[in-house]
Design a protein around this ligand. Structure first.
Ligand SMILES: [Zn+2]
Length: 407
């Protein structure tokens, strides 16, 4: 599955129709959730049956395409299952009891309720009784390249800067690229507070300037917004304008960060056959307020998502290793060398190995990954053949030896 996205510019009455459709999915979602809360132990079947009931009861629910109503129920189900999952796994802290939504941003259709214009293929018409009508798809990617049967979902989405239509297309991303020639290199990466990441080959990716800059700008816009807020009264026109400006800035910043994460991830995947990283519990770390800023900031989970995506796409191996003393241990001899957060350099008293703290950690991460790769390979990547891994292991042993021999 991958997503194609187009901007659309609906007319005022179309905006009303889209908002009405979004409100209806929210209504269905919340009603089904209420039903689940009031009737302990009801399952999937009962929830879908309740949806059918709602369609009989309310005219405006019936107006929305029946599959779109179903996706609303599916959303509720996902939230419920996640909650049960967390309870079963005994996740620490809050279990995420499903809540009512009040700010839904999208409505999702399946394979019916919409039609692509067969001639231009640049227009989509929504055909249910919500009367959204015909929208022009603005964007350079070509939807006619894909077969209509490949389009499994269509979503209309509201963002701070307008409306978008997304097509979810069933296609293995591996089918769209030629496999890359193996580079016979493996790399371990450590995400730090000081750098965006440091790798075992000694490279450092600094945190981009715009992270700090945009933070300042966001704070400024947020202050302006708060100044215009009036407690317990309807908000002024100026407040809404400030709110909009803040939201648009957020959108821009998140796009910038996404682009950055994507670029770094792609570069790593293209120049290595195996990428190892720490399986960080970001949720736990963000709770520590001294570390919080840098980690949420550096967008680690976004980065990891892209890394795994590209790894899958290009047939490379990505391995998450449990974080365990990776920054403390000496990557050369294995001795534990205690250091505080402010110690930036690793100096081993035993073997006299000296390296930047984060690069030392990256070397450890790579070591752990390589020791596990034999066992986990069948899970880590179904497709990569074993000779490739053999080659990586050999190539890497050499490079590790080189590292230590020159010191
Ligand atoms: Zn050592």
């Amino acid at each position: 599955m991958f997503i194609l996205e187009y901007k659309v510019k609906p007319k005022p009455q179309q905006i009303l129709a889209i908002e009405e459709a979004i409100r209806t999915t929210q209504f269905v979602r919340n009603k089904v959730l209420r039903f689940w809360m009031d009737n302990r132990g009801v399952g999937k079947t009962e929830l879908f049956r309740h949806n059918t009931q709602l369609r009989k009861e309310f005219e405006f629910v019936k107006d929305l395409n029946s599959h779109a109503c179903q996706t609303a129920v599916e959303r509720t189900l996902r939230a419920i299952n996640r909650f049960y999952d967390n309870c079963q796994k005994q996740v620490k802290g809050k279990k995420g009891y499903p809540r009512f939504k009040k700010n839904t941003r999208s409505v999702e259709y399946k394979v019916s309720g919409w039609k692509l214009d067969q001639q231009t293929k640049k227009h989509i018409t929504f055909t249910d009784k919500k009367r959204i009508g015909r929208l022009k798809l603005i964007g350079s990617r070509d939807i006619q390249y894909y077969q209509p049967e490949q389009i499994k979902r269509v979503r209309i989405l509201r963002r701070a800067d307008g409306y978008y239509v997304q097509f979810s297309i069933q296609l293995d991303p591996r089918d769209t690229v030629k496999p890359l020639t193996p580079t016979q290199k493996a790399v371990g990466i450590d995400v730090g507070l000081k750098y965006f990441l440091a790798d075992s080959q000694g490279n450092i990716e600094p945190i981009p300037q715009f992270y700090r800059q945009s933070e300042k700008q966001l704070n400024r816009l947020n202050r302006k917004k708060s100044k215009k807020f009036r407690r317990g009264q309807p908000q002024s026109h100026n407040y809404h304008k400030a709110r909009q400006r803040y939201a648009r800035k957020h959108l821009r910043v998140s796009r910038q960060r996404e682009e950055f994460a994507k670029r770094v991830a792609l570069r790593l995947i293209k120049s290595n056959d195996l990428v190892a990283y720490e399986d960080l519990n970001v949720k736990g770390m963000v709770r520590n307020r001294h570390l919080a800023k840098s980690i949420t900031d550096a967008g680690w989970s976004t980065f990891r998502r892209w890394l795994e995506y590209f790894g899958d796409k290009y047939g490379k191996i990505t391995i998450a290793v449990p974080p365990h003393n990776t920054s403390q241990n000496c990557s050369n001899c294995g001795k534990k060398v205690q250091k505080t957060l402010s110690t930036r350099t690793h100096v081993c008293p035993d073997c006299r190995f000296v390296e930047d703290r984060d690069i030392n950690a990256a070397l450890n991460i790579l070591k752990i990954a390589l020791s596990r790769v034999g066992r986990t390979l069948t899970h880590a990547s179904g497709e990569t053949s074993s000779w490739l891994v053999g080659a990586i292991l050999l190539a890497n042993e050499d490079s590790l030896n080189e590292e230590s021999s020159c010191l």
